[in-house]
Design a protein around this ligand. Structure first.
Ligand SMILES: Cc1cc2nc3c(=O)[nH]c(=O)nc-3n(C[C@H](O)[C@H](O)[C@H](O)COP(=O)(O)OP(=O)(O)OC[C@H]3O[C@@H](n4cnc5c(N)ncnc54)[C@H](O)[C@@H]3O)c2cc1C
Length: 244
């Protein structure tokens, strides 16, 4: 791997508040594994575009998927440079002065070019990664894609070669003179929480509850999302064209 995890490349080195930057695999992967939504930015023929979409990580690859007709995926398929970001909001930071208001967060930026995953087994494995990152264990509960569905789905792999994390934690940082002001200051913690699963009205009687659906509401998952301790970093299989 060229630049990741360390040292940072010229474009991944955090310049603004550099003490909040991190470039090691454990930090970057923990943030990537605690989420499943990202924003993919790239220059399309119509100009800059940023698309929110789902993803899954395995090893040093981030997988994206969607309709084979998707504008984003077709652009990425052509090998355009992308910047993928993931943001976890951990809290609102209310300072004594408006100027010093902030947020606690964990975020990641990944730069690179994605490659198409075309080999059927690799494509299915990538879809399994995405599915299970969104709803752990769901792949083994639901019907797998058939040949028609697989053909209609484009899967891309973005290598984790150039990435940075940025993290803010803790209370507000006010001007020394402002600490005496009679203004409330502190942090309002933010948590993403799923509520109890709502069964489809067309669900026949006798179908047991989904372990995958329940896992999203479990205290264990909520804690893992908070700390980013969901999964261990591993080494993913590369698409064929990168196995050189
Ligand atoms: C939830 C949230 C809210 C924010 N709100 C604001 C706001 O209101 N105003 C504001 O100015 N900034 C905000 N930031 C911080 C913002 O993301 C940038 O870090 C900051 O604006 C500095 O931008 P820059 O272009 O000067 O970064 P630079 O430090 O010049 O960026 C250089 C490189 O550092 C890395 N980097 C920079 N920022 C991040 C990041 N957030 N995550 C991972 N890698 C990063 C990238 O690799 C980037 O190419 C917020 C961040 C988050 C996650």
């Amino acid at each position: 791997m060229a630049n990741f995890p360390a040292p940072p490349s010229p474009r991944t080195r955090v310049r603004r508040l550099p003490e909040r930057g991190a470039y090691d695999r454990d930090t970057v992967y923990a943030i990537l594994d605690a989420a499943f939504l990202c924003h993919v930015g790239f220059c399309s023929e119509q100009g800059p575009v940023v698309i929110p979409t789902a993803y899954g990580r395995r090893g040093d690859l981030v997988f994206l998927h969607g309709s084979a007709a998707s504008h984003m995926l077709r652009s990425l398929e052509r090998g355009v440079e992308v910047c993928l970001t993931v943001t976890l909001l951990d809290g609102l930071v209310l300072a004594r002065s408006v100027f010093h208001h902030s947020m606690n967060y964990r975020s990641v930026m990944v730069f690179g070019r994605a490659e198409v995953v075309s080999e059927e087994a690799a494509k299915l494995a990538a879809l399994e990664v995405i599915t299970n990152q969104i709803a752990p264990g769901r792949w083994s509960e639901a019907r797998p894609p058939d040949a028609r569905e697989l053909k209609a789905t484009l899967v891309l792999a973005l290598p984790l070669q150039e990435a940075s994390a940025k993290i803010r934690t803790g209370p507000p940082k006010d001007e020394a003179a402002d600490y005496g002001l009679p203004v409330w200051a502190g942090v309002i913690p933010a948590r993403t929480q799923f509520a109890a699963p709502e069964p489809d009205p067309r669900l026949p009687a006798g179908i047991p509850a989904s372990a995958s659906a329940l896992s999203r509401t479990s205290p264990r998952w909520q804690a893992a999302r908070r700390t980013g301790s969901g999964r261990r970093a591993g080494t993913g299989a590369l698409p064929r064209s990168r196995r050189k």
